[in-house]
Structure formats: C-alpha cells, structure tokens
Design a protein around this ligand. Structure first.
Ligand SMILES: Cc1ncc(COP(=O)(O)O)c(C=O)c1O
Length: 518
C-alpha cells in the first residue's frame, strides 16, 4: 500500500489537511460566495433608489436565463453542483478511506445514514456489488497457466509470479520434500527452538545472490521490511523515505523508536536533499528508505542518487527489492545489477511472494547487522519463521534463477512488448519501465465494471483502488511473465481495448475529472 496512508494514520491535523486537499477541488469555499453576495446586495440597494436599476437587474437575470446552457457547462456551475453533492461527504468522513466509500455511495445513490460508521458504508457497498465485488475472488488450481476463479477457467494477468515459478514442478517437488524432511511447522521463534537448519541454508543462498555477508529470513515480506527498520532505527534518528514506499516500510517507521519519517516526492532526490539540509540536525543519524521497482507504478528507484545522498550525509540506505528480484538486472539480481553494481544499499529487504514462488521475506546485510537483528528484529524474535515447505520452495526458486537467467530476459522482453502496446493504444501506464504495468483509469466505478467485463471474457486482473493508490487513479496492475507468448500478450491488449469501449466512465466521474482538469 503506497501513496497516502489513508487509513492508518491517526486523525490529526495532517490527515484533516489531506482530506481537505482531496475533497477541496470539489468544494466551493465560503469566500467564493462573498463576491456574488456583495454584488447582489449592491444591486438591491441600487434598486431601492432607482428604477433604472430595476431594469438592470431584470436584464441581468434575462441574460442569465438566455445563457443558462452555457452557464451550466461552466466550471463554476459544476463546482457549485459538486459542492452540494460532496459537502456532507466531507463533513462525515473520518478518514480518507471513508471519503472514497461515501463518494461511491453518493454516486450510486445508496442512502447514507446519519453519522454512518465506516464499516456500515463498506458493508452497504458490498451488498450493492454482490457478485460484482472485485476483491477476494475464490481461486483454485494455481499450478497451471490458467487458473479457476469462482468456477471459471481464466488467464491470470496480474500475478506476481513473474518467472512463472509457482507453476514449476521442480519448485513444488522440492517444497514437498522439504516438508517431508522437516515437517510442516517449527517449534516456535528461532531464538527458542524454531531455528531449522534449512532456514540457514536459504539464508546462505540469499546472501550469495545479493553478494552480502549474511541474510535473515522471516515468515513474510511484510515482517522482514517492518523489522529491518523497526529493529535498526534508534530514538532521534532522522528517517527519510520515498512517498510511494510500501506500507510494510511505513509500518516499520511507526514501530521504530523514531516513530515518524520525512517523505519526499516520488524519486525526487533534489527534494530529499532539501529536506535533509534543512531539517536534519548535525548529530542525527540519517536513514534513507527507497524501493527498487515501485509496486503500484512500475518505475525504478534512483539507487544512484540515493546512494550519493547517503554518502554525502553519512546515511544508511535501506532498499526494498520485493518487485525487483528476478525482474530487473541482466540476471535478475535487482536494482544493484540494474545500475551495473556501481551503487550498493546497506540493507536489502524483500519477499518470497513475487518472483520467488513461496511465502516469506528476507533481510540481506553485513554479518554484524545479521547478528544484531537476531536479537532486535521484532518479526524474528517474537514470531515463528516460515515453514520448511516454504523454505524449500524458496531455495529451489533461487537455484532456478541462478541457473536459468534466460527466464529473466524473456520476462523483460515480454514486459517491453506489452508496455509499448499499451502506450500505442493510448492507455495511461504512467512511467512504468518494468514488468509492473499499471493501467490507470480515473473512475473507481468504471474500474469495477472493467474488472467484471474482463472476467467475463476470461481474464482475471485485480482492480487496485484507494487506499493503495490515489482515489481518482484506480488501476489494474498488469504483470507479464516469462512464459507468455506474443499471442498471449496481444490477447491482453485486445481485451483491454474491448473493455474500454464497453465500459465508459461514470458520467459523474467524468464531470469530476473535468472540474479537476485531470
Ligand atoms: C514493495 C513491497 N514490500 C513488501 C511487501 C510485503 O511482502 P509479503 O507479501 O511477503 O508480505 C510487498 C508485498 O506486496 C511489496 O510490494
């Protein structure tokens, strides 16, 4: 989850401001009425004193009447309309997530109760959508290229299994063998009696893969990312991170003794430097957090600039490689390889739930830090590690990536082809430069309809909406893999073209778009 942290931030002044900022474009402020009120009062006063003014007023009203169609089309008229429509939404919403829920209810003309809770707003929408609800689809038989989604055989075009390793029988067999050998659970956290030797085997593979001294694994990427920050950061440290960093990294910040971070605009290292120069005290330790491939936008973090800044100000650089491992760099070693290994991060974090066909996460770092984390990473000390089954799947996935780098190249080739095709057909895919291809629309309701339409055509792609992305930039994240053929990729483009023609934007959202100048 990236962008604004709509949901989890406490309701304080800052959140109020963000809420205002989102709804503000729809809203006519009181001050906007001052001029018309003064003008009308003046006219009224004049009317009291002169009959000529009566004529003026009548003429003015006539002019307005004659031009009513033009006025209706004017931006101010639309703003006024939207003001009436959204005034109560803004008042009632306790956080930005509820703004979205209530807005959607308004547009769908679902009644909104007085002081309605967020859960109620959410449940009303679920009831409304029924079978069209776009999330939590029941999926079966994921071992094949086509999967079963709620009883229909479909092509999954949003899978994170970039290298198709979830379908690889070698991975499945090794996972099963590992489970047979070490059983399905572990006896608690690693500090107590859960430190299975297969976990350390995997850690050696990860350290080697990233050319680091050591690595530590966790039962999820979320825990690994969160722990890397929460365990490392001390009170008084100066944290700065890209605004689009993943929620797990932000959770680490909140859990850390520093408690909060400074955010810079996505990939804007000039702004990052301005913030550091202005706000960091001399004796404060600097920690910068960025991602390799950004999961909602598919562009690449500027590791080179981040490293230079950290070197200049003596900082530690934490890099999340969740979507970069196996996807960028000639052999899939991620962002450092993408930059020809000229720049290095101090701490690498990531997950096994994308290119690596498993579940779990890792920190790759120096030996000293590894030892330190064994005592201070909350997700390791207070939580059990991943099972032998998942560990085995991860070990086999790493070994296949090492032995078959051609998979990475094929993925990159497919991604370039698909990105070019989307752009050629005038879809908005932002600044995507990787296998994460966001196809961005401006209307959440249209997005749900598109999702449903494509599902009917046999293509399963999850709709991504706020709070995971800005409210008026809902999207589908299309993710090619290394086994798709040209025909498969063309089929994706064709279904998108068909869906776009069949599902126009909601007229009200069209208006919002116009008013906002989107
Ligand atoms: C950038 C990023 N970091 C961390 C994670 C967390 O990974 P996991 O699913 O293993 O918890 C994700 C998952 O989507 C992610 O996209």
């Amino acid at each position: 989850m990236d962008y604004l942290d709509y949901k989890h931030e406490p309701i304080n002044k800052e959140v109020e401001e963000k809420k205002e900022k989102f709804v503000a474009p729809f809203i006519l402020k009181k001050r906007h009425f001052i001029l018309p009120i003064i003008a009308t009062s003046l006219l009224y006063l004049a009317y009291l004193h002169s009959t000529a003014m009566v004529l003026l007023v009548i003429t003015t009203y006539l002019m307005i009447y004659i031009n009513r169609h033009t006025i209706k089309k004017s931006i101010w008229y639309k703003k006024l309309n939207l003001w009436f429509l959204y005034r109560d939404v803004q008042k009632m919403s306790k956080n930005l997530n509820q703004v979205q829920l209530l807005l959607t209810k308004k547009l769908l003309e679902i009644p909104i109760g007085k002081e309605e809770s967020e859960v109620k707003s959410f449940m009303d929408l679920i009831d409304y959508f029924g079978m069209k609800y776009p999330f939590m689809n029941m999926i079966k038989d994921t071992k094949e290229e086509r999967i079963w989604v709620q009883g229909t055989h479909m092509r999954c075009i949003s899978s994170y299994s970039y290298l198709s390793l979830t379908e690889d029988v070698r991975v499945q067999n090794f996972a099963l063998e590992s489970a047979k050998k070490y059983s399905t659970g572990n006896h608690g956290p690693r500090m107590l009696c859960g430190n299975l030797c297969i976990l350390e085997d995997l850690e050696k593979d990860i350290a080697k893969f990233f050319d680091r001294e050591g690595a530590l694994v966790f039962s999820s990427g979320y825990l690994a990312c969160m722990s890397a920050i929460a365990g490392y950061v001390q009170k008084g440290d100066f944290l700065i991170m890209d605004k689009l960093c993943h929620n797990s990294l932000k959770a680490g910040v909140r859990l850390s003794l520093a408690g909060s971070a400074h955010y810079f605009k996505h990939n804007n290292f000039e702004e990052a430097e301005r913030i550091i120069a202005k706000k960091k005290k001399k004796n404060q330790r600097l920690i910068m957090i960025i991602e390799g491939v950004y999961s909602m936008d598919g562009d690449i973090g500027h590791l080179d600039k981040a490293r230079k800044l950290c070197d200049k100000y003596g900082g530690t650089l934490i890099l999340d490689e969740a979507h970069s491992l196996g996807t960028i760099g000639k052999t899939g070693r991620g962002t450092e390889e993408y930059y020809d290994f000229k720049h290095k991060a101090d701490i690498i974090v990531g997950t096994f739930s994308k290119s690596i066909a498993s579940v779990g996460g890792y920190i790759a770092c120096s030996n000293d830090l590894r030892t330190y984390y064994t005592l201070y990473a909350p997700g390791l000390v207070f939580s059990a590690p991943l099972s032998a089954y998942n560990t085995g799947a991860a070990i086999k996935s790493f070994s296949i990536i090492n032995q078959e780098p051609e998979k990475v190249l094929k993925l990159q080739e497919n991604s370039t082809y698909l990105r070019n095709k989307f752009r050629e057909h005038k879809f908005n895919i932002g600044n995507s430069e990787t296998c994460v291809i966001p196809v961005i629309f401006n209307d959440p309701l249209q997005t749900i309809n598109l999702h449903y339409f494509m599902k009917k055509k046999g293509f399963f792609t999850a709709a991504v909406m706020a709070p995971a992305c800005p409210i008026l930039e809902p999207r589908f994240r299309i993710t090619p893999n290394c086994t798709q053929t040209r025909q498969d990729l063309d089929d994706i483009i064709n279904v998108f073209i068909e869906a776009r023609d069949a599902c126009p934007p909601h007229p009200k959202f069209k208006e919002i778009k116009e008013v906002l100048g989107l």
